[in-house]
Design a protein around this ligand. Structure first.
Ligand SMILES: NC(=O)c1ccc[n+]([C@@H]2O[C@H](COP(=O)([O-])OP(=O)(O)OC[C@H]3O[C@@H](n4cnc5c(N)ncnc54)[C@H](O)[C@@H]3O)[C@@H](O)[C@H]2O)c1
Ligand SMILES: O=C(O)CC[C@@H](O)C(=O)O
Length: 526
């Protein structure tokens, strides 16, 4: 039974869902803070469920040889080494919508907090001061909200701000003009946003492009009296530059939920009279935590139990409906790829995957990834279904997919055409009786299933060859399970594909290669 390790504080709903789906669960909400204990506990886990405290770094992933999936109950995956996970064949999934409303509401709450200095006024009133004139605020009505990043959360913030009768100007290079019209926001460039906004709120991921997007220089382009809100990620605002701008009075106030270093227990902005801070509470509502816990548990269980993939950052999606239909074709793509890969002796230049018949209408991306991984596996260490496209592209291998609606003679076929430095080889397979079968090799028709130990022989089609091959194997104690033959033309090139009951060792191969008319002999294993 697959085992799930939950190493951060997650709603009990997640534990219940994993158990209801028949998975083993270890719930250690503080494990994320104890690296040594995490490294030990993850050793036999198939799935790791986290929020943000656990750092799923390369060494944590390497300590988990069985790990297949990491689920982030939330949006940002900056605490997960995506490259290391991909290289290890571990699918990383998040829950992109579960806490979006809650986080957008926090940004709006923070905007009001700094517009009306509510935290400061609250503290003063609790102290028995009645400082009515000390806290003069500003209305948000009619003001311009500058939105940097207009994705899930940004667009919800926009809708709430429009409801408050604010004007919303959005900077997001990936926001289409049509979507901007649909949302009722004005799409602007960054400089225009900086020049016009009364409030600026950031809702982008932290990337090379967005790091310090509110830098000293860009803060210098803002209106005097601007108010800044960051409920996205620390590092999007240059904290030193912000302090300078607050001290000079150019920035009237700032509301920060996130910090460059977290947990932030000391900070130059702590104690600043015009700064309101919360400890990364954007997603902290009962509703959001229920949503993300439920989603992450269902997604991880689906993947481990059915192969369905939802919200993965490093694999194409596979719906629960698609997963059972894809399963036999995934096996076929892997077997064909493994067959082609084991026969390949020189560098691969191109791979074409030709889907014909009913399989052409399925979700082909995972099939293509499975085929590429299996082709490259005998040549490259560490390739897997998750990282195969990246590895192929790093090596300059051209990948193409061709689709034809009709498959000759069969309901559905997958053909792999592998071009190496020397030549192009094809291999075609189909599913028959639920089992993958090879039906063509290098233009020669044949019919064989894949089995653990196989012998592949190409030869000239001459009398006496089949008997000689059978006798040679017999002399070496190799029992033949199935003997499949195919040839182009009588007397021309022929192929023998045999399933045998034990491993074809190098000395057996040598004896087979010595048989008259044999051109090539290879031991294959599946
Ligand atoms: N404070 C919290 O607790 C909390 C909770 C949830 C999410 N978040 C964070 O909020 C942020 C937004 O999350 P989301 O779900 O809306 O993400 P999203 O992917 O839906 O939206 C991000 C938007 O940023 C835009 N973007 C990317 N690069 C940009 C650039 N260079 N300039 C301008 N825009 C750019 C994208 O086009 C996209 O529209 C993320 O950083 C996420 O981690 C924080
Ligand atoms: O889990 C949390 O509390 C924070 C989540 C938030 O930062 C996210 O990116 O979803």
């Amino acid at each position: 039974m697959p085992k799930i390790l939950i190493s951060d504080k997650l709603s009990p709903t997640a534990v219940q869902i994993f158990r209801d789906r028949g998975l083993d669960v270890v719930y250690e909400p503080d494990l994320g803070k104890d690296k040594a204990a995490l490294l030990e506990a993850i050793a036999d886990a198939d799935g790791l469920a986290v929020r943000s405290a656990t750092k799923a770094t390369a060494d944590v992933i390497a300590a988990a040889p069985r790990l297949k999936v990491i689920g982030r109950a939330g949006i940002g995956v900056d605490n997960i080494d995506l490259d290391a996970a991909t290289n290890a064949g571990v699918v990383v999934m998040n829950t992109p919508f579960g806490n979006a409303i809650t986080t957008a509401e926090h940004a709006i709450a923070m905007m009001f907090a700094i517009a009306r200095q509510i935290p400061q006024a609250n503290a003063s009133t609790h102290q028995g001061k009645w400082e009515k004139s000390a806290f003069m605020g500003t209305e948000v009505y009619g003001k311009t909200l500058g939105l940097i990043g207009c994705g899930n959360i940004g667009s919800i913030v926009a809708s709430r701000a429009l409801g408050l009768k604010m004007k919303v100007a959005a900077f997001d290079p990936y926001l289409t003009p049509d979507r901007a019209v649909e949302l009722g926001v004005e799409k602007v460039d960054l400089d225009e946003l900086l020049a016009r906004a009364d409030f600026i709120t950031i809702h982008t991921p932290l990337t090379e492009q967005t790091k310090n997007i509110l830098s000293k220089e860009s803060l210098g382009k803002t209106k005097k009296g601007v108010r800044i809100i960051n409920c996205a990620r620390g590092g999007l605002v240059d904290e030193d530059a912000l302090k300078e701008a607050l001290d000079s009075g150019h920035v009237a106030a700032a509301a920060l939920d996130v910090f460059a270093t977290e947990p932030a227990t000391e900070h130059p902005l702590f104690g600043h009279k015009n700064v309101v801070c919360t400890p990364h509470l954007g997603a902290a509502t009962t509703e959001a935590q229920e949503n993300v816990a439920l989603q992450v548990a269902e997604q991880m269980a689906d993947y481990l139990l059915t192969g369905a993939i939802t919200n993965a950052l490093n694999m194409p999606s596979v719906t629960a409906e698609e997963a059972p239909k894809l399963r036999p074709y995934l096996a076929l793509a892997e077997d064909l790829g493994s067959f082609a890969g084991q026969l390949t002796e020189t560098g691969v230049k191109a791979i074409e995957i030709i889907y014909a018949g009913s399989v052409s209408k399925l979700n082909r991306k995972p099939l293509t990834q499975a085929a590429i991984a299996a082709i490259l596996k005998p040549m490259l260490q560490g390739v897997n279904i998750v990282n195969a496209p990246t590895i192929a592209s790093e090596r300059g291998i051209e990948i193409t997919e061709t689709v034809t609606e009709k498959a000759r003679n069969f309901n559905a076929t997958i053909q792999l055409k592998v071009t190496t430095e020397r030549f192009t080889r094809t291999v075609t397979g189909t599913i028959f009786g639920g089992i993958p079968r090879v039906v063509e090799i290098k233009g020669v028709e044949m019919e064989a299933t894949f089995s653990e130990h196989m012998l592949y022989v190409t030869n000239e089609d001459k009398p006496g060859f089949i008997g000689a091959l059978g006798s040679t194997l017999g002399e070496h104690g190799i029992n033949i399970a199935t003997f499949n033959l195919g040839r182009g033309t009588a007397g021309g090139d022929a192929i023998a594909l045999l399933a045998v009951d034990s491993e074809v060792t190098p000395d057996v191969l040598e004896a087979v290669r010595a048989i008259k008319h044999v051109k090539q002999a290879k031991a294959l294993s599946f």
